[in-house]
Design a protein around this ligand. Structure first.
Ligand code: FPP
Length: 249
């Protein structure tokens, strides 16, 4: 995936980073405001949001990120007007139809985090096909959080643990994590939120306990490679102690 600017010059590389987060989560907020400020309907903002996933994914590969989890539809988003909900469903279907082959050829492994129940059957099939089709790819994992809610995820895991008859006294955090939608993925190191708010909005609430948090006022459709680099640079300034004491003490 070689990046070229419109006048066909290869874009300058950013200085190298001492630490690159292995797993980055993105709360892609601000599509609606991006559209409204341009006098457009919100759906156009979501479409611009989908179009922005590709360049950010390319930049993620370039910077060495190995897992990118994008928050595309939360369980709370069902409360939006029906046209907006069906627009978001349609956008995922179209993206999977039009982009799957290209993603596959670029070594992207698709994963899904969230409930399939509630999503229409055709879209469920497309999601399952994309996961299966790309399962051996290893350039980057694109984990799409769709019909996702962190509390629901914890409930779903708990229900399954009970059904499996796991002994409560031997239940460990490691075992619990294996029951989450993100099974097998390391916890996110960095959570980026676009659109200016400072909220988790039910995103990866179990997994993100020690993630560094970064919020930018930039709306998601405008969040580009330079913005991603800024977030990674800020991540490099953070001192991650995981509840311990600073190294020097
Ligand atoms: C919030 O913008 C964004 C979402 C509802 C989720 C992000 C969705 C996309 C990027 C498009 C769908 C992606 C896929 C893969 C189908 P908002 O509407 O809350 O913006 P606002 O806060 O400005 O109103």
């Amino acid at each position: 995936m070689i990046r070229q600017s419109p006048d066909n010059q290869i874009e300058d590389a950013f200085p190298s980073l001492a630490r690159v987060p292995y797993h980055v989560g993105i709360i892609m907020d601000g599509n609606g405001r991006w559209a409204t400020e341009r006098g457009l309907i919100r759906y156009i903002g979501h479409r611009a949001g989908v179009d922005n996933i590709r360049p950010v994914l390319e930049a993620s590969v370039e910077f060495g990120i190995k897992v990118l989890t994008i928050y595309a539809f939360s369980t709370e988003n069902w409360s939006r007007p029906i046209e907006e909900v069906s627009g978001l469903m349609r956008l995922l279907g179209t993206a999977l139809r039009n982009r799957l082959q290209e993603l596959h050829e670029n070594g992207v492994q698709i994963r899904h985090s969230g409930r399939l129940t509630g999503i229409n059957e055709e879209l469920q099939k497309q999601i399952l096909h994309a996961i299966d089709y790309t399962k051996h790819n290893d350039t980057i994992i694109l984990n799409v959080a769709f019909n996702y809610g962190g509390r629901g995820e914890i409930l779903d895991a708990t229900r399954q643990i009970i059904k499996d008859g796991i002994d409560p006294d031997s239940l460990s955090e490691e075992t619990f994590s294996r029951y989450l939608y993100t099974e097998g993925l390391p916890d996110p190191d960095l959570i980026i939120r676009t659109g200016g708010d400072w909220r988790m909005s039910n995103f990866l609430i179990w997994q993100a306990v020690y993630a560094e948090y970064y919020s930018t006022p930039t709306y998601w459709p405008n969040f580009d490679r330079a913005e991603l680099f800024k977030a990674l640079n800020e991540y490099n300034r953070r001192d991650r102690r995981f509840g311990g004491v600073p190294d020097a003490e």
